[in-house]
Design a protein around this ligand. Structure first.
Ligand SMILES: NC(=O)c1ccc[n+]([C@@H]2O[C@H](COP(=O)([O-])OP(=O)(O)OC[C@H]3O[C@@H](n4cnc5c(N)ncnc54)[C@H](OP(=O)(O)O)[C@@H]3O)[C@@H](O)[C@H]2O)c1
Length: 331
């Protein structure tokens, strides 16, 4: 079977697409056939050794995927061979033809959700949903500012913010990205390459500031938002795609009485698996109701994983990019 192997932390160009032995499931595990895998910004950080989690090497990256159960390990009773599923794997392995996963992380998925959508609704939508629901406790009619609003988690936050009844202000770096955010329901748009983010947020909120800011970008955009919060606001720390982890003057939080709230979806999944499952049920309900959907930028064959990761890390993606094993790519 083919897999993408990270032999040692380093540039994406050092990832190998190679044959490896078919893995055998241990106790409590299942072997699965991967049909589609989502590519996320953290995958690019992980293989470079820049992510907060550092797996033993060599390893196969890929933390979210859709597939079919092929073999059951000892003690696995609740799954069947041939069952279709989605999975978020803390042990990675999804950038391959087959993978071994913890049977507890496998969620059966119904046939009305195509493989590519199913694979990709976990991480980005899961993160945005957890951030807005459990961490921000976003309320209907509140103003939500989404940074990097055409990226993977950003476009998910725009859709979910609308599903939760908020007024959404999307902020991105280009007119093309803003057009996508608008098509996904954003009420107001800010191009932060051309406009002053802080004064535009103030202007669009009548001087009040944002109730909730969803920030997967960091850097200057965070600094601007930290000065544009409403009283009782929540500034969500989701990621640092800009490459700069901001330094925060805590007096801003005191003066405005707003909260800076950390978001770590992987930790949430590990610590609150039942709430995670409830969240996924709500997300798939919204998917079926047409309130959320997957914005697919490009589908790459597994053998071109380097190109897919470079597109994500290079700020070029609108929505999500997806990997499909070469033998399953449509001809
Ligand atoms: N906390 C969690 O649980 C969690 C979960 C998933 C992801 N994350 C983190 O969230 C961040 C974003 O993830 P994502 O999936 O939304 O990524 P993404 O799809 O690549 O989107 C990130 C956005 O950040 C903006 N950006 C600004 N400067 C950038 C730069 N130098 N390089 C790349 N992008 C830049 C881009 O929007 P503009 O061009 O419009 O500025 C881009 O669309 C990452 O740091 C990731 O590790 C955190």
């Amino acid at each position: 079977m083919k897999a993408i192997v990270c032999e040692e932390f380093g540039p994406v160009s050092e990832l190998a697409y190679k044959d490896i032995d078919e893995p055998q499931p241990g106790k409590g595990e299942v072997r699965v056939i991967v049909r589609a895998a989502g590519v996320n910004f953290p995958d690019g950080l992980l293989v470079q050794g820049l992510y907060q989690v550092k797996p033993d090497r060599p390893f196969v990256p890929g933390a979210e995927f859709c597939g079919e159960v092929e073999a059951l390990g000892e003690g696995v009773k609740h799954l069947k061979v041939g069952q279709r599923f989605i999975c978020s794997s803390r042990t990675y392995g999804g950038f391959a033809d087959k993978a071994i996963v913890d049977a507890r992380m496998v969620m059966p998925v119904t046939d009305d959700v195509p493989d590519i959508d199913a694979a990709n609704l976990l991480c980005a939508h899961g993160t945005a949903h957890h951030a807005l629901k459990q961490r921000a406790r976003l309320k209907a009619k509140e103003t939500l500012v989404v940074l990097g609003a055409a990226g993977g988690t950003g476009i998910a936050a725009v859709q979910i913010g609308k599903a939760m009844g908020a007024r959404v202000i999307a902020a991105c770096s280009s007119a093309e990205k803003l057009a996508l955010a608008k098509a996904n329901g954003a009420d107001e748009l800010i191009n932060y390459s051309e406009e002053d983010l802080k004064s535009r947020i103030k202007e669009l909120t009548g001087g009040k500031g944002a109730d909730v800011v969803y920030d997967p970008v960091g850097g200057d955009a965070f600094d601007a938002c930290s000065r544009s919060m409403a009283r009782n606001g929540r500034l969500l720390i989701v990621g640092f795609a800009s490459g700069t982890i901001p330094q925060f003057p805590v007096n801003l939080s005191l003066v405005k009485e707003y909260s800076v709230v950390g978001v770590f979806w992987g930790s949430f999944v590990a610590h609150e698996p039942m709430v995670f499952m409830q969240n996924m049920q709500e997300l798939f309900g919204w998917y079926r109701d047409g309130k959320i959907h997957l914005e697919t930028d490009e589908v790459f064959p597994l053998s071109r994983t380097q190109d897919a990761l470079n597109k994500v890390l290079g700020r070029e993606v609108k929505g999500k990019v997806v990997l499909v094993p070469d033998h399953l790519m449509p001809r």
